[in-house]
Write a protein that binds this ligand. Structure first.
Ligand code: OAD
Length: 255
């Protein structure tokens, strides 16, 4: 591990007033949740257009739900890894030291919450939530559905109305409330960590650039190279479950 990068990252976090942590599927990889674009990732194995679009759901809700039921079963028994825990620890440390801390995640697996993170914007929704089919992401019908595996597929509400997963599909817009909060945090922060994401999906992909444009620090943690790597202030070729606990222990040592 590059000790210099770890030390510089810890120093930037100590000096920060508002830290934003932007995460993607790579943060959950060490928990055993598959990513999307890596070899054997979900989009390598499955056809997006038949599973993650409103058109696919309209045509065959049972088929799409079976895929989500399978994904729910996969994440049901997995646990947050040291990367998730370090992020939750950093939030508590930041708050105890008068800093703001915002987590913006593209993940729908709920592992950040399980690890204890609190101030979270889930850009792409949450696999344990559902809402009525035909409604938008801020609809009052959004609710938890924890039954897993599902007894009824596709699931319906008490009035027999079809429910859909509360996740963002291709061709859909994100929750205006969530995106506004996340973008506001990205504009306000002075340090952003970009962890475990290929950084190719909008609008989160532009957030690190808005931080860089206003003179902020962007720290990338990813075992692979991304389009952001050459622009980031610090870019580490590390796994999040290894680098984040190192950074956290560096921040808190002699504190
Ligand atoms: P990707 O699968 O595109 O990228 C995962 C990234 O994690 C890659 O850059 C990997 O190199 C990196 N990675 C793998 N193992 C890691 C580890 N142990 N530690 C840190 N990084 C690791 O996933 P996302 O960027 O999250 O959207 O994808 C963004 C969105 O595209 C997803 O939310 C999903 C997908 O289509 C929707 O479904 C709406």
């Amino acid at each position: 591990m590059n000790v210099d990068d770890i030390a510089k990252s810890a120093e930037a976090l100590r000096d920060a007033k508002h830290i934003v942590m932007l995460t993607g599927a790579g943060v959950s990889a060490e928990s055993g949740v598959p990513t999307f674009r890596d070899k054997d990732g979900l989009w390598d194995k499955y056809d997006v257009t038949t599973l993650a679009t409103p058109q696919a759901f309209e045509e065959d809700p049972g088929f799409v739900w079976k895929w989500y039921d399978w994904r729910r079963q996969k994440v049901k028994d997995v646990k947050p890894n040291p990367g998730h825990h370090a992020i939750a620890d950093m939030e508590k440390w930041a708050e105890a030291n008068g800093k703001r801390f915002t987590l913006v995640t593209q993940n729908i697996d709920n592992l950040h919450s399980l690890a204890g993170s609190r101030n979270i914007f889930e850009l792409h929704g949450n696999i344990w939530k559902v809402r009525l089919w035909g409604t938008g992401p801020d609809d009052i019908s959004v609710r938890e559905l924890l039954e897993c595996p599902l007894a009824e597929c596709p699931p319906k509400d008490d009035a027999g109305k079809l429910l859909r997963p509360h996740v963002v599909w291709f061709g859909e817009t994100l929750s205006p409330a969530v995106i506004e909060g996340a973008q506001h945090a990205a504009m306000d922060c002075d340090v952003m960590l970009v962890v475990g994401t290929a950084n190719v999906v909008y609008p989160s992909a532009v957030m690190p650039y808005s931080v860089l444009r206003k003179g902020g620090t962007v720290i990338e943690i990813n075992p692979g190279v991304t389009e952001l790597s050459s622009d980031a202030t610090i870019s580490m070729r590390e796994k999040s479950g290894e680098a984040l606990p190192e950074i956290y222990s560096r921040i808190t040592e002699n504190a």
